[in-house]
Design a protein around this ligand. Structure first.
Ligand code: FDA
Length: 522
């Protein structure tokens, strides 16, 4: 066994030397790139555009039909990595032959930047990490190592299988990939108690622009800071993450109450902005506004009596009673908020979904001052008749407000809440696309006076190319730092400069790029 391992290490070293000797080359040579991959990777994990299963591998984790069109520039090659070595080889071959590599974990990027490019003239490759999805939970140390290609549902399932008293404070969507989610911060229904998902990362293994495998100690604290919220695709490819898990009670309580427009929804929304960020941190009360209805959803880390007492005291107008409560385990609450309802097996969390099922466009804001009632009242007339548009209001406060804005790249912790605009449709026509895209953009425009300013903020995990796109100008030479500042400061505020300085240090040749990456500071 030891002999086999040393042969493998020697072989790997030889591979790395062979590839890095070619790394001086800067011109793009796609044939040599594919040859390099073929030489150094096992058969069956490299898919070129002429491979029979290229389309199914590409579409496997695409979530947005907007980017499944014949006109979408797609990767020259997809490397379906099953080992960290494969990621290293892809990066080294890419660097040697001038082909840039984009990582894809769960494929949920709102703008599809993990698998498409806006530039049809420039070839790129994708390293798909979906098969790198091992999860190792250690109950004693309350920690877990999770590979980037695991989904949040797989992570939650893996934790619950080991202990009903541990959980992890990440996002709501169970098919979201761990890799992209942690790279952008990540928040879910325990954010008021425990903060961002990225706050609980204590180590990581990543492949840097030189194709080296680095852990936290080897990458250094600045680089480690950047990968926990600075947005995926700029600082390297994270292969696995060490997470500190959080304690959850044996019983939690959920409720969902609907308050339509004609049952004082505008008044409730107005008051909600004062109440939700000030509730005890064991409670989150988020709102989904759709069509003519405000849906108040809550997770309480305790029993029904506790949440009803708090609601009665702090938000009596909402009229929550014991009848609204459902008590369950934390993992059952994960299923509940993932639209599986109650009484379903937790194995449903292992369903990654394999086909995009809708077109969507999202945008986001952070709200620091309560929005006046008359504005909420006017929002009702904005909704489209087909109901295919949502506003999602995720309240902060609690632990979020107690962490410094510079502790991780995510700077918006002191907002009252995150406001997401989300339009979706199923109709494959230009008319439907234009109608729904302009709905999202229109509502975002209307809200401008009431949300964060100078700069107007946005959440990097709800990526939005309307904020601007990278100018590739002078590939490998010119930088678009000033252009990147526009969306960079929307996503990261003052932290953008530190991110750009880290980028200059760890990837000065700007190997890892996409249309909204962080640019190296000049
Ligand atoms: P994907 O693989 O598309 O990657 C996203 C970006 O990260 C790309 O730029 C990619 O190159 C890069 N990247 C991917 N893997 C990487 C790696 N291993 N190392 C470095 N970079 C990497 N967010 C939230 O905070 N809370 C929530 O509740 C939800 N819920 C939700 C539901 C649904 C249905 C969607 C579509 C999205 C969300 N999100 C969310 C947003 C989600 O957190 C965001 O889109 C993540 O970036 C998705 O990560 P994936 O790995 O799935 O995406």
């Amino acid at each position: 066994m030891a002999v086999a391992r040393s042969i493998l290490v020697a072989l790997l070293a030889a591979v790395c030397i062979a590839i890095s000797s070619a790394a001086a080359a800067t011109s793009v040579n796609t044939t040599d790139f594919v040859g390099c991959l073929a030489l150094h990777l096992p058969p069956g994990i490299v898919y070129t555009q002429s491979s029979e299963s290229y389309s199914s591998v590409l579409e496997f984790s695409i979530k947005n039909l907007r980017f499944v069109t014949p006109a979408t520039p797609t990767p020259l090659v997809i490397v379906k990595a099953t080992h960290a070595t494969h990621v290293r080889v892809a990066v080294r071959c890419g660097a040697a032959h001038g082909v840039r590599v984009r990582p894809r974990s769960g494929g949920h990027d709102y703008e599809g930047l993990s698998y498409r490019s806006l530039d049809a003239a420039r070839s790129f490759a994708v390293v798909d990490l979906a098969a790198l999805r091992a999860i190792r939970v250690d109950v004693r140390s309350r920690s877990a190592w999770v590979e980037s290609g695991a989904t949040l549902g797989e992570l939650y399932y893996g934790i619950a299988n080991k202990s009903a008293r541990l959980g992890f404070p990440a996002g709501v969507g169970p098919t979201v990939g761990v890799g992209g989610h942690l790279s952008g911060g990540g928040f879910g229904l325990m954010l008021r108690k425990h903060g961002l998902a990225a706050d609980h990362v204590v180590d990581a293994i990543m492949v840097d622009a030189k194709g080296r495998l680095l852990d936290r100690a080897a990458m250094g604290e600045d680089h480690f800071w950047a990968i926990r919220g600075g947005g995926g695709g700029s600082f390297g490819i994270v292969v696995s993450w060490k997470l500190l898990l959080v304690r959850v009670p044996a019983t939690v309580t959920v409720f969902t109450v609907h308050r339509p427009r004609n049952q004082s929804a505008s008044d409730l929304l107005t008051k909600w902005q004062h109440v939700a960020p000030a509730l005890p941190r064991d409670i989150i009360l988020r709102v989904v506004v759709q069509n003519q209805d405000a849906q108040f959803e809550s997770l309480y880390l305790g029993r029904c009596a506790g949440v009803v007492a708090t609601m009665t005291k702090m938000f009596p107008e909402l009229g929550v009673t014991r009848r609204d409560c459902i008590e369950m385990s934390w993992i059952e609450s994960v299923l509940y908020f993932a639209f599986y309802g109650t009484g379903k097996p937790k194995e449903l969390l292992l369903d990654r979904g394999t086909k995009p099922d809708r077109y969507f466009k999202g945008k986001s804001d952070f709200v620091h001052e309560p929005i006046p009632r008359d504005v909420w009242e006017s929002t009702w007339s904005w909704f489209l008749e087909d109901g295919a548009g949502l506003l999602i209001l995720d309240p902060f406060g609690g632990r979020m407000g107690r962490v410094a804005s510079s502790a991780t790249p995510f700077p918006h912790r002191h907002a009252l809440y995150n406001l997401q605009y989300y339009g979706f449709w199923w109709d494959n026509t230009t008319e439907a696309s234009e109608q729904h895209m302009s709905w999202v953009r229109g509502v975002h425009r209307e809200m401008e006076p009431y949300v964060s300013k100078s700069p107007r903020g946005a959440y990097v995990n709800y990526k939005d190319l309307d904020l601007g796109v990278n100018e590739y100008g002078g590939d490998g030479g010119g930088t678009s730092y000033e252009t990147a500042r526009v969306w960079g400061e929307a996503y990261f505020k003052d932290n953008f400069e530190r991110l750009a300085a880290v980028k200059a240090k760890v990837d000065p040749s700007d190997f890892f790029r996409n249309e909204q990456k962080v640019d190296p500071s000049p």
